[in-house]
Ligand binder design. Sequence first.
Ligand code: FES
Length: 107
Amino acid sequence: MHINNHPILGERLHDPVTIYFNGKPLRAYQQQTIAAALIANDVKKFGESRKLMQARGLFCSRGRCCSCYMTVNGEDHVRTCMKMVEDGMEVFPNIGDPDVRGNNHGN
Ligand code: FES
């Protein structure tokens, strides 16, 4: 659920955009971080821990941990609680190790 009209902060969300989570289109607003947009769309699992394969999601919400890492537009390990949404952004959960030998990271 998006909070469109906060009783103290007023109207903050006014520029709708579409982001894609695992290829599925979601409504977001330019004034939101990726993590806030996902939570508002009821997405709570952002990835899995490497060794124990446990669910990860929003934890500190201020860029101090690594719980919200996701792959955004092909870039691995983006702190989604700190990055604002952009129209057409493609977001994938952080599951397993990144493809460090792939085209996005050089050879
Ligand atoms: S939730 Fe801790 S860095 Fe994003």
